[in-house]
Ligand binder design. Structure first.
Ligand code: DOR
Ligand code: ZN
Length: 426
């Protein structure tokens, strides 16, 4: 039994001081202002907010095959320290998760090491539609319309259409392969990392989202990053997510941080960033997802064409967003929707996304008044760096509770014995 005392909890749209009693089954037993029995473990959370644990629908924990960059243990440590209690892991591993047998292999790896709860995507290829249909308990299938890290890409329109209408949710990496290749040719011989934002310019994403919207089906546009995409997504009523790096960094950052901020899709202009924030505020954006894509420093230190794309982000999402709440860029209620409630609802994740009796006790305690500087040295990802090194934020993650177990406190992992569980998709 765990008792979290005196925390502020969202009750019918209002933050009220409450105590939360968690049963031995890892579920929230009761929430009350007073009169709860005590427990073996008690946390005094006076002054802190209890948020439903964040659910990050887009991470790359790199297992199997790329564990020099990350694995389920190190990735989930970073998640826990960032207040993320559930992750959905992407399929571009080695081998890629493209068959039921490979999905089962990955299940074993995650079960043995992942400290937070998890779900595992399948990846779409030109030939594995039937496998994807057979898979059990997956959040959906990831379809890359344009190539990126790994070799998962589907460019055949007819095959894309089949996936979009196959009965699974399809999380779409929307970048147009042909346009991108054409642009690459134009910049051959140049090596300034700033060309990345041009090779994968706004029109590359725009063309793919337009195409995806025409094909239709049960699709979700992930890491949407431009003003044009937001207009299309809004007009067509599509669901989408945005990443913290696209909300907090701009293309000029490539001049300062070089290939460290090379990612797909790339960083954009001030106008795009403003459009993303507007879309976050008006509800066009369904959720914030990190696209946590760790690569090692030595890989990022290579030349433009050799350096891999991707940035880590699972540990810094909430601190950055809490700081944004303190700056009144969005409300804490909106943040809860974007990082927990909506992801749970969109993917039909059972018993998650809310702090209420009967729900799983996945709880992130946050201190909205504490200030902290984000530092490379504090990052628990195997890659050991963040594009936000040196950023001062107000609003920190004080603790992460996963299935009723306190696994992280003040940035330190406190329990590696209990592992997370695979989530259940309705
Ligand atoms: O920047 C990216 N990195 N974009 C992706 O789509 C893949 C990811 C990775 O796996 O490194
Ligand atoms: Zn990704």
């Amino acid at each position: 039994m765990l008792l979290i005392k005196n925390c502020k909890v969202l009750v019918n749209g209002e933050f009220l001081e409450r105590n939360i009693l968690v049963g031995d089954d890892g579920k929230i037993e009761k929430i009350a202002a007073s009169g709860l029995k005590t427990a073996d473990d008690v946390i005094d959370a006076t002054g802190k907010y209890a948020l439903p644990g964040a659910i990050d629908i887009h991470v790359h924990f790199r297992e199997p095959g790329i564990t020099q960059k990350e694995d389920f243990l190190t990735g989930s440590r970073a998640a826990a320290a960032g207040g993320v209690t559930t992750i959905l892991d992407m399929p571009n591993t080695k081998p890629a998760t493209t068959t039921v047998a490979l999905l089962e292999e990955k299940r074993k790896l995650a079960a043995a090491k992942c400290l937070v709860n998890y779900g595992l995507y399948m990846g779409a290829t030109a030939t594995n539609l039937e496998e994807v249909k057979k898979a059990i308990n997956i959040p959906g299938v990831k379809l890359y319309m344009g190539s990126t890290t790994g070799d998962l890409v589907v460019t055949d329109k007819e095959m894309i259409r089949k996936f979009f209408h196959c009965g699974r949710k399809v999380v779409v990496h929307a970048e147009d392969e042909e346009l991108m290749k054409k642009n690459s040719e134009m910049f051959k011989g140049q090596s300034d990392p700033s060309i990345h934002a041009k090779i994968r310019g706004n029109e590359v994403a725009g063309a793919a989202v337009r195409e995806a919207a025409i094909i239709g089906g049960n699709i979700h546009i992930t890491h949407s990053s431009t003003r044009e995409e937001m207009m299309l997504i809004k007009a067509k009523g599509l669901s989408c997510d945005v990443t913290p790096h696209h909300l907090f960094l701009m293309a000029e950052e490539l001049k300062k941080q070089g290939n460290y901020v090379k990612m797909n899709p790339p960083l954009r202009s001030k106008e795009d960033v403003e459009a993303l924030w507007d879309a976050v505020k008006d509800g066009t954006v369904s959720c914030i997802a990190t696209d946590h894509a760790p690569h090692l420093r030595e890989e990022k230190e290579q030349g433009y064409w050799e350096a891999p794309s991707g940035v880590p982000g699972v540990q810094t999402m909430l601190p950055l967003m809490l700081d944004a709440v303190n700056k009144k860029r969005l409300s804490l209620q909106q943040l809860i929707k974007l990082t927990s409630e909506n992801p749970a609802a969109m993917f039909g994740i059972k018993n998650k996304g809310k702090i209420a009796a009967g729900y799983d006790a996945d709880i992130t305690l946050v201190d909205m008044k504490e200030e902290k500087t984000i530092k490379n040295d504090d990052m628990l990802s195997k890659c050991g760096w963040t594009p936000f090194d040196g950023w001062k934020v107000k609003g920190v993650v004080a603790a992460a509770v996963v299935n009723g177990n306190v696994i992280c406190s003040n940035g330190e992992i406190t329990n590696e014995k209990v592992k997370g569980k695979e989530v259940i998709f309705a």
